[in-house]
Design a binder for this molecule. Structure first.
Ligand code: TXA
Ligand code: MG
Length: 338
């Protein structure tokens, strides 16, 4: 017998069916979801998020069967990767099918597809029966939400129904993989680093006996959402790669931040409101899986601590592949690197 639908999931489904937006928990970060077949709702995602229309949305699916309905290019490599990593934090960018409106893909011939692992995301996707487009549920350029409270703060003045799904277990956004399959060969690039890393992807392709080539991303066109600054907390963050004392960090930051432009790539650069008096160190666990889970909420907490500046010290232990996704976010969140 089919399990009766949870009341919250039912409410979320009704909202989506009515063309409204839902804050959807996933294992990576919370998403701001709309049905892919309701264009007014899709447009609303961009408006509410204040996101430029050139930055494409990820399409979330409930199954591999459903994934095949949004792409014309499902091949052996896509199958092997989905078998290995779905449901989970991997987005696969494949040729777009006409079922996906170009507003979702920002006019690109490709579409990013992901099957999320969070049980509430799965329940919601099954209940709605149509794929859901969802970017991270934050205003454009700001820190991604890893709890429902973050989403509430972000959209307190907007009409968004938020599902309570607890804290996100992965904590940083999915790995975005661009995949092309031609003449029995797979070509892939990593457009955004995340929990699933390149060596794991290569292992899966090898095991499936698929010949492949890794391509470094060169063109910005392939990864339109990739900007230098993103995920910025409300006070400046400094990434410290050298051996500086707190006093040295303060004197360097005061000078350097004042010399910086106010806005870079449409994102306002955070600068201290007055003289820097209190600074706070962002501390993360040594295990990168835990560190990524803590990253965004620790960044938010530090920003709300009353400090004028946050700093994070890079250590030799951070040089392994599983830290790359975290450093990608820290680098984009930083106003300065020293
Ligand atoms: O973990 C995640 O991926 C979360 C959860 C909610 O699923 N979503 C997320 O979405 O982080 P968003 O919109 O904040 O970031 C998606 C990024 C975009 O910036 C864009 O660059 C890239 O994925 N992307 C989406 N579709 C693409 C496409 N067709 N080609 C290239 N890049 C694409
Ligand atoms: Mg985002």
């Amino acid at each position: 017998m089919k399990k009766p639908m949870n009341a919250e999931i039912l409410k979320a489904k009704e909202r989506l069916d009515a063309g409204k937006l839902v804050g959807m928990p996933t294992e990576t970060v919370y998403g701001l979801a709309a049905r892919i077949d309701l264009l007014k709702a899709i447009e609303q995602i961009f408006l509410v998020k204040e996101r430029p229309f050139f930055d494409p949305l990820i399409v979330h699916v409930s199954s591999i069967e459903q994934a095949k309905t949004v792409t014309t290019g499902w091949g052996k490599a896509a199958q092997a990767l989905a078998d290995a990593f779905w449901p989970g934090p991997l987005t696969i960018v494949l040729p777009r099918a006409s079922t996906v409106n170009e507003m979702i893909t920002s006019g690109l011939p490709t579409v990013g597809i992901r099957m999320p692992a969070h049980p509430m995301a799965q329940e919601l996707l099954h209940a709605v029966g149509v794929p859901l487009a969802a970017p991270s549920a934050n205003k454009f350029g700001r820190t991604s939400p890893t709890s429902s409270a973050h989403v509430k703060t972000e959209f307190k003045n907007d009409d968004v129904f938020i599902l309570e799904g607890g804290d996100c277990q992965i904590g940083i956004e999915s790995t975005v993989l661009l995949l092309k399959e031609e003449n029995e060969k797979a070509f892939f690039s990593i457009l955004r680093k995340g929990h699933v890393v390149r060596t794991e992807i290569e292992e899966v392709l090898k095991k499936a006996q698929i010949s492949f080539e890794y391509l470094e991303v060169v063109s910005k066109k392939e990864s339109p959402g990739h900007m230098k600054h993103h995920y910025m907390p409300a006070i400046p963050l400094i990434l410290v790669k050298t051996n500086l004392s707190e006093a040295q960090i303060i004197s360097y930051a005061e000078k350097a931040l004042n010399e910086m432009p106010d806005v870079v790539e449409d994102v306002k650069i955070q600068k201290p409101q007055s003289k820097i008096q209190k600074i706070i160190e962002l501390k993360l666990s040594h295990d990168p899986a835990l560190a990524s889970r803590e990253l965004y909420s620790s960044m938010r907490k530090s920003a709300e601590s009353g400090a004028d500046l946050i700093y994070f010290k890079m250590k030799p232990a951070h040089s392994n592949e599983h830290w790359e996704g975290i450093f990608d976010r820290l680098t984009k969140a930083a106003s300065l690197i020293v």
